[in-house]
Structure formats: structure tokens, C-alpha cells
Write a protein that binds this ligand. Structure first.
Ligand SMILES: *Cc1c(COP(=O)(O)O)cnc(C)c1O
Length: 227
């Protein structure tokens, strides 16, 4: 039987194999388990198998899980579109937000971040060409967005995130991720401390790691197909 625990160890081995294949240091790629639409019992199973980073897309669904798992050693990542009326709740309950694509959202998140917590880690989501969703800043607008984020309190801009349109071709997958990696290095002088590339899902893990991803967001390959 294929259990969550089995799938997790398979993915971990795969990440280790790819780190080595592409000359990446061991443990340089963190695994975020994307648990959207999954019941708390699935998260508990992953947690019992040593998983610490969980990614959620929908605030209300996430809040129920965060409450049910209060006291557990979990790092929560918000990876879905951020609506401005949700920024207060997100800033209070999450450790990372991967999907920030405008300065007004970054500012609201920072303003709402409780002062007793460390700055909220954020990634700026980039809309690279061919991206199916409308989320993400256009690459030409990225320098301005980074500059607008420079002086904001309550947040720490950690790097870039992208979710390219699904493509079965490995070289095409790499091309898309390469663009994001290039954007990070081109913009690194604009803001100190950017060290994160949030790239890769179940379907393009290898291309993402080949192009320098430091955080892969994997759902299906851990928890199975979503309904
Ligand atoms: C759902 C989702 C994932 C995980 O995708 P899988 O194909 O299930 O691995 C990763 N990133 C984002 C932003 C998502 O919405």
C-alpha cells in the first residue's frame, strides 16, 4: 500500500539524488508538503513521518488545520493568492507567504505582523511567460516591487516564487525556471538577504532542482491526486 510516509521518504530520496546529480549541496532544497484540500489526518501522518513544512492555499481551510495542530512543530507556508482582506489573519498565523505580487499586499502583511513574532518571510511571485494563472508580477516590474518592499517593516523578502504553466518537456521546464533564477541574480543587489527560490512541484521537481530551487512545493506526489 502506498502510504504518505512511504511517499515522503521516496520524495526525500529523490531530492537527495537530484541535489547530488546537479552538484547542489546536500539539504540545500527544502520540502514544503502542499496539503491543500487534505484532511488533518493526512497532515498528522506526514508530521509523524518527520515533515515540518506545510503549504496551504486557502486561508479558511488552513486556519482549521493550524488550530487542530496547534503546539506541533510546524512551519506554515501560505502559497495561494493573497486577498487584501485576508492579510491580517495570514500575517498572524503563517511563517512564510510565497505568493506576494504587489507592494500594497507586502505592506499590509508587514503592518499586520504581530510584533512578538519574527518578520514574516515572503517570496515575490513572478509571472513568467506562458504562466497559466494571472498571479505574479511581470518580470519588468520586479525591480520596482523589490524597491517598494525595501523599507517595509514586519517582512523579510527572501526571494522569488513561480508556478509556470504545466509543461511535459523537461527542457521547457528548465527554461522557465532558469528565467526566475536569472531574475533573482539580477535583482540581488536591490535587497540584501534574498536566498530563496521557491520553484518546483510534483511535476517538475527535477528541472527546478537543476535550476537552483531551494524550496520545492510538493502536493500530489506526497498525498495522492486531489479530487
Ligand atoms: C497545489 C500547488 C502546488 C503543489 O502541486 P502538486 O502538483 O500537487 O505537487 C505547488 N505550488 C502551488 C502554488 C500550488 O497551488
Amino acid at each position: 500500500m502506498k502510504t504518505i510516509s512511504n511517499s515522503l521518504s521516496h520524495i526525500r530520496n529523490e531530492i537527495a539524488r537530484l541535489e547530488s546529480k546537479y552538484g547542489r549541496p546536500r539539504d540545500s532544497v527544502a520540502l514544503v508538503a502542499v496539503s491543500k484540500t487534505r484532511p488533518v489526518s493526512d497532515l498528522k501522518e506526514a508530521l509523524a513521518a518527520g515533515q515540518k513544512n506545510f503549504g496551504e492555499n486557502y486561508l479558511q481551510e488552513a486556519e482549521d488545520k493550524i488550530e487542530a495542530l496547534a503546539g506541533e512543530n510546524i512551519t506554515w507556508h501560505f502559497i495561494g493568492p493573497v486577498q487584501s482582506n485576508k492579510t491580517r489573519a495570514i500575517a498572524a498565523q503563517f511563517d512564510w507567504v510565497h505568493s506576494v505580487d504587489r507592494a500594497s499586499i507586502a505592506r499590509r502583511l508587514g503592518d499586520a505582523r504581530p510584533v512578538n513574532l519574527p518578520p514574516l518571510n515572503i517570496c515575490l511571485q513572478v509571472n513568467i511567460s506562458g504562466e497559466s494563472s494571472k498571479s505574479g508580477v511581470n518580470p519588468e516590474e520586479l525591480p520596482t516591487l523589490i524597491e517598494e518592499c525595501q523599507s517595509l517593516a514586519g517582512i523579510h523578502v527572501r526571494g522569488l516564487m513561480a508556478l509556470p504553466a504545466p509543461n511535459l518537456d523537461f527542457d521547457k521546464q528548465r527554461e522557465a525556471f532558469h528565467l526566475v533564477r536569472k531574475l533573482l541574480s539580477e535583482n540581488n543587489n536591490r535587497l540584501a538577504g534574498m536566498d530563496t527560490l521557491s520553484l518546483g512541484t510534483s511535476h517538475d521537481l527535477e528541472a527546478a532542482i537543476a535550476e537552483g530551487s531551494t524550496m520545492v512545493r510538493v502536493g500530489t506526489a506526497i498525498f495522492g491526486e486531489r479530487d
